[in-house]
Ligand binder design. Structure first.
Ligand code: SF4
Ligand code: MG
Length: 330
């Protein structure tokens, strides 16, 4: 399969003051192939959003600092592109959807104008053509009365409808990569499922790839081909979606999977993993999950594990697999 995006040894640190550095993204490497949906999963504070923002070069620097790394889109390095060129990449080659209502559309412009803005800017269409294309895009994202909605304002639409509009805008220039950061987190469960289905449909329609950022393993199960699990600014496990769910290796992934509601469970109260993600300015010397890990042993506190191949296409960052073993069989 052809590689679309290649991220290598990405490190984004934040200077928080004297002697205080937050290692928000700390040596992250992964690839996304053409046509693939890759989920980046972890609790909040694990570094997923900064990872996605840095691919789009939207991390404010300073206070952020690119310490190392390379991000190649179709073999072209984008971390060193001049800002003007980068703006073209963001409009044409990478589409973005964020959590509603954070993304929110501009309240003072009609839906049509907001979709057209990107079309006029990047495709040089005439106004009439752009408006027709906006209507087509609204239909494509499942908005039935598109001719009417195109002249409406964001507050006249439901959250789910607004997110459909955001998807229309993100896809308006046929991007090769769609980055979606918690796109359904703020929506009702039934609407969530519709939006996820729509994203996958758009991916097929436009022949693009998706990087989906989420904390929800249910969303991962429904959408992803491959999964990257992030913790403490690093990837701690990587596998195809089926393999990850059937055969999780890292204790953190196992704990995350336990937080998934099963169908017969009362969803009111989800179990969560005891403890919290260590702050990025004071990672422990050893394994960053050690404080919360039920399998931790001596070596874990002393040495940061490497991300290693457990089997051919399955990686984990855990001493249980790196030869120390700690005597446990997992
Ligand atoms: Fe747990 Fe040790 Fe593995 Fe870290 S390295 S996840 S503490 S067993
Ligand atoms: Mg986030």
């Amino acid at each position: 399969k052809e590689v679309l995006l290649e991220v290598e040894d990405l490190r984004i640190y934040f200077e928080l003051g004297r002697q205080k550095v937050a290692k928000a993204v700390d040596g992250v490497s992964f690839t996304i192939h053409k046509g693939e949906t890759v989920a980046l999963v972890g609790e909040s504070g694990s570094g997923k959003s900064i990872t996605s923002l840095s691919i789009m070069r939207l991390v404010p620097m300073p206070p952020g600092k690119l310490v190392s790394g390379s991000v190649k889109l179709n073999d072209r390095e984008i971390l060193t592109l001049p800002e003007k060129k980068m703006r073209e990449v963001r409009g044409n080659e990478i589409g973005m959807i964020f959590q509603e209502p954070m993304t929110s559309l501009d309240p003072v412009f009609t839906i049509g104008n907001q979709i057209m803005e990107s079309l006029l800017h990047h495709q040089g269409l005439k106004r009439k053509e752009a408006k027709n294309k906006a209507i087509d895009l609204l239909k494509l994202v499942g908005i039935a009365n598109a001719e009417k909605v195109v002249d409406e304002y964001p507050h006249q639409l439901s959250g789910g409808m607004r997110q459909r509009v955001m998807i229309a805008i993100a896809m308006s220039n046929n991007p090769k990569l769609l980055i979606a950061d918690e796109p359904t987190t703020a929506l009702d469960v039934t609407v969530q499922a519709q939006i996820l289905k729509l994203m996958l449909k758009m991916k097929e329609e436009f022949n693009s790839s998706i990087l989906l950022i989420t904390h929800d393993m249910g969303v991962v199960a429904e959408t992803a081909d491959r999964v990257l699990v992030m913790y403490g600014g690093q990837i701690v496990e990587e596998a195809a979606v089926k393999e990850l769910f059937l055969n999780p290796k890292h204790p953190y992934t196992k704990a995350l999977l336990k937080t998934m509601p099963s169908l017969d469970q009362n969803v009111d109260r989800l179990p969560s993993i005891p403890g919290s993600v260590p702050p990025a300015h004071s990672f422990p010397q050893g394994c960053r999950f050690a404080e919360r890990c039920e399998f931790a042993f001596d070596q874990c506190k002393q040495q940061l594990p490497e991300l290693i191949n457990v089997t051919d296409a399955h990686k984990a960052r855990c001493h249980l697999y790196s030869g120390f073993g700690g005597g446990s069989i997992v």
